[in-house]
Ligand binder design. Structure first.
Ligand code: NAD
Ligand code: WQD
Length: 335
């Protein structure tokens, strides 16, 4: 079966492409290389000994995408990763985010919907905003997102929900990832942050390796045991597996559900201080850090209720946070 992976040279898309190839799917990647490098394709080839089709293409270019889909008129599914993902950049330049993440998606969605190709959409726990309680279930109220980035995910989810209602023959699964971390065990692909990282894990690995002087811990006065924020860190290899399960679910003719929203996390929370301690244990290095003020928009505690993923997809996370941190460190050293 032929699967189109948009943004397939990015962090999550590259790991999913590897697993798809290993499972025997034919993989077609489009990416405009806005936040990735062509060298990732070499990494995918080295790991799998297989060559996915790759085309440098911008999903905002309707005519090019249409032409591309006419060449590949036998697609069984689309996994859509292509989007911008920086929360802070989206606050500085909201239009850039609405343009790429919403307009780009509508372009693609119009074309794949016409062709009735099932869709897996990358959403985010950010859609929950500051949830009333944890663990967060899929039916938790969607609060106002803290950033234009988060709003683009909420809008795209609504677009898919409404479209699916109006056209029962298009199937979609929306996956709400919690905090993706880790890298492929080979150390050949991983997260490649553009410029200074904003996320905790790449910030720590770059500090430990000496690229950055010290980590700023954003607040130790939260209502948590050690005062730092708690997140649900999900390994990218487990996340990739969740996409395969979602694909199997969506391609199963007996399954008559046209639209599902599913949390993908571990169901466990770790504080920033706990993460630092695990890093120090795994790497046997001391991390330089300083506690500073809270970062605007951070919620104190976020972790997933993953029972729906287990029930519907038969998926649960397998890798421990220690394993994720070890693979992130391996990737930083190889990179
Ligand atoms: P990433 O930036 O590493 O990958 C996205 C890829 O899409 C990049 O290779 C980029 O070049 C490409 N791209 C962007 N705009 C494009 C366009 N218009 N046309 C073609 N290609 C384009 O990001 P990621 O971490 O792999 O995230 C993948 C998806 O998952 C995104 O939709 C993101 O919003 C979502 N997500 C990510 C996280 C996270 O923390 N990494 C969490 C929740 C959801
Ligand atoms: C984790 C914890 C910080 C950096 C973001 C997006 C979310 C999703 C995943 C895409 C928080 C603390 C961080 C640092 C720190 N992405 N921290 N010092 O904010 O939970 O989620 O990535 O959809 O939308 O918002 O992840 O890794 O930035 O932060 O103390 O230098 O680490 O305060 O508690 P976050 P993160």
């Amino acid at each position: 079966m032929k699967i189109l992976v948009t943004g397939g040279l990015g962090y999550i898309g590259s790991h999913v492409s590897v697993l798809l190839l290993e499972k025997g799917y034919e993989v077609i990647i489009v990416d405009n290389l806005d936040n990735s490098s062509i060298s990732v394709l070499e990494g995918i080839k080295k790991i799998t000994n297989l060559s996915p089709v790759f085309e440098k293409l911008d999903i905002r270019d309707y005519n090019q995408i249409e032409l591309f889909l006419s060449k590949h008129n036998d697609l069984s599914g689309v996994i859509h990763f292509a989007a911008h993902k920086s929360v802070s950049e989206s606050v500085e330049n909201p239009l850039k985010y609405y343009d790429n993440n919403v307009l780009g998606f509508i372009n693609l969605y119009n074309l794949i919907k016409e062709r009735k190709i099932p869709l897996i959409f990358s959403s985010s726990a950010t859609v929950y905003g500051n949830a009333d309680s944890v663990p967060i279930k899929e039916d938790a109220p969607i609060k106002e997102a803290f950033s234009p980035y988060g709003k683009t995910k909420q809008i795209c989810e609504e677009i898919i929900r409404d479209t699916t209602k109006s056209n029962l023959s298009t199937k979609s699964v929306v996956l709400r990832y919690f905090n993706p971390v880790g890298a492929h065990p080979s150390g050949l692909i991983g997260e490649l942050p553009n410029g200074k990282p904003q996320n905790l894990i790449p910030f720590i690995t770059q500090t430990l390796i000496g690229k950055i002087n010290k980590l700023m811990v954003f607040g130790n006065d939260y209502p948590t045991e050690d005062g730092t924020c708690i997140r649900d860190y999900i390994d990218v290899m487990d996340l990739a597996e969740a996409h395969i399960k979602s694909l199997e679910f969506i391609l199963e003719p007996k399954n008559d559900k046209n639209f599902e929203v599913i949390n993908i996390g571990t169901g466990k929370g770790h504080s920033v201080f706990q993460i630092i301690k695990i890093f120090e244990k795994v790497t046997k290095k001391k991390l330089k850090y300083k506690v500073t003020g809270r970062r605007k928009g951070d919620v104190p505690v976020s972790y997933a209720d993953c029972s729906k993923a287990k029930e519907i997809l038969g998926w649960t996370s397998k890798l421990s946070i220690e394993e994720s941190i070890a693979s992130s460190w391996n990737w930083e050293n190889n990179n």
